[in-house]
Design a protein around this ligand. Structure first.
Ligand code: HEM
Length: 459
């Protein structure tokens, strides 16, 4: 056909791997680093992209694997971090939220009260945060041995200081705290890996990777060597009040079965089966079990009232699919990489005083148009899709027990259920907005070692 665009080919070996795929590793350690000395830091970065010594761990790219590695490594920089590298003039003109940084944007997305940056851990609320180095490993031995290697590189030439680190572990069956299976729904990226059919639009690659596409809505950061084929991430440390959540489910047990309430809040049963396909039980009683490939094959076009999946549930708010809401739904998709932190919740000692939660990476090209849009307009907006004004996302919204409300519609008004007075189940314990440069960009950073002129960003 005339005018048909050629299919996009992504330069996979020039794109950081975690943008394109989840690694399915058992362990993660996120190092939060401060750049001490620009030149030494550039040398440090060069190590990861074929620098000397070559025995240094290398950045994992999106190129396909012959054999799954025992660890993966990725790197991101805050805007303060890029400034600290004393690069020649650069500009991230179209990326205001990235330039402002997560602490400055906190209010916008509902990080208030105990979730405010002054309470964040590991210096995440301060401008000292420059680098987010993510080490994923198959097991503890690999995690520790690679951490030792990395820490010796931090010290070389006093390149960087470790401000803090955050460790995560997978749980059996891909579950996270609160007991839900996670990591089921991800956008399909044009030119990226094939995903099972999900009745949703394939998302143009320029919405996840900085690319020179006619339809892109941003200026490519300059110099292009630095900006092209990069992406952005909102790193989030989210504490989960598991005891509070489980108690809340039980408190309503005389009105709704606790497992059903858990499903209505999320939009999926805790085993991952979507309410859209199986509203009454976590496996449809009259059919063969729903296969992994079908777990994401639905939309809400035949459930406009939310009788199966409540309009205010977590997955319907964060990805309304074909439903009519503020915004064009396919413009605000997010890639998610997450791992629990802290030990599994033990119902026999609910008040163990141990912090647990989720280390989440929300990847997109535009933090304002994707991550923040979802948080502001869908998660924390009361009147989302015509709901009453005090309804917010029941799982992750900034709810307060004075005003919170969640509606479970029924066919008849007397069958509807209004849940009120529940607390906020998730608190933000830290966040960082980072740029995930391409391999070319990392080499560019490493090569601009001695240029101390014009180091101010132009924007
Ligand atoms: C500790 C906090 C969180 C928990 C426990 C949680 C839990 C879940 C669960 C159980 C699912 C269903 C699994 C799946 O579809 O893959 C899910 C999906 C999702 N969550 Fe969260 N989530 C959390 C935070 C967030 C935040 C802060 C955002 C918003 C930016 C978010 C955005 C999404 C999106 C976009 C989906 C996929 C929806 C879909 O495509 O159907 N989540 N989450």
């Amino acid at each position: 056909m005339e005018n048909e665009q050629p299919p996009v080919t992504l330069p996979l070996d020039n794109i950081q791997g975690l943008i394109i795929r989840g690694y399915n590793m058992n362990k993660v350690r996120y190092f939060i680093l401060h750049i001490n000395k620009a030149d030494a830091a550039k040398h440090f970065i060069g190590n990861f992209v074929g620098g000397v010594p070559t025995s240094s761990p290398q950045i994992t790219t999106a190129a396909p694997w012959d054999k799954k590695p025992s660890y993966c490594l990725n790197i991101g920089f805050t805007f303060e971090g890029l400034k600290a590298l004393e690069l020649p003039e650069f500009s991230f003109q179209s990326f205001n939220s990235f330039r402002q940084g997560a602490p400055a944007q906190a209010k916008e997305i509902g990080d208030l009260g105990e979730s405010a940056p002054e309470h964040w851990k590991g210096e995440l609320g301060t401008p000292n945060v420059h680098v987010l180095l993510s080490l994923y490993a198959q097991d503890d031995d690999v995690l520790e041995s690679q951490s030792t290697t990395l820490r010796s590189l931090f010290a070389q030439g006093e390149a960087v200081n470790e401000l803090s680190h955050f460790d995560g572990n997978t749980f059996p069956d891909g579950k996270i705290h609160f007991g839900y299976k996670d990591g089921i729904s991800q956008p399909t990226i044009e030119g990226g890996p094939q995903m099972p059919s999900d009745r949703q639009a394939i998302i143009p690659a320029y919405q996840f990777i900085v690319m020179n596409d006619d339809k892109r809505f941003y200026e490519i950061p300059t110099p292009h060597e630095l900006g092209l084929y990069g992406s952005f991430v909102a790193f989030r440390v989210l504490e989960q009040d598991v005891a509070g959540f489980e108690k809340f489910l039980q408190d309503y047990a005389d009105k709704i079965e606790p497992e059903k309430l858990a499903a209505k809040l999320c939009g999926r049963w805790r085993n991952g089966v979507p309410l859209a396909l199986s509203p009454d039980a976590d496996e449809p009683p009259d059919q063969t079990p729903i296969s992994c490939n079908q777990l994401n094959d639905f939309d809400y076009s035949d459930d406009s009232k939310g009788l199966r999946c409540p309009i205010g549930s977590h997955i319907r708010r964060t990805n309304p699919r074909a439903a009519k809401v503020q915004g064009i739904t396919s413009n605000h998709r997010l890639l998610r990489r997450g791992m629990p932190y802290g030990p599994p919740y033990n119902p026999n000692s609910p008040d163990d005083g141990i912090e647990r939660g989720l280390l989440g990476m929300f990847i997109c090209v535009s933090l304002e148009n994707q991550f923040e849009f979802v948080m502001k307009n869908w998660v924390n907006k009361g009147d989302f899709a015509g709901l009453p004004s005090n309804n917010k996302d029941p799982l992750v919204g900034d709810n307060s027990s004075q005003s919170s409300e969640f509606n479970i519609p029924g066919e008849l008004p007397q069958n509807s259920l209004k849940i009120q007075g529940f607390q906020q189940f998730i608190k933000t314990r830290g966040s960082a907005y980072c740029f995930l440069p391409s391999i070319t960009a990392l080499k560019y950073i490493a090569a601009n070692g001695n240029n101390r002129q014009g180091s101010n960003p132009s924007c």
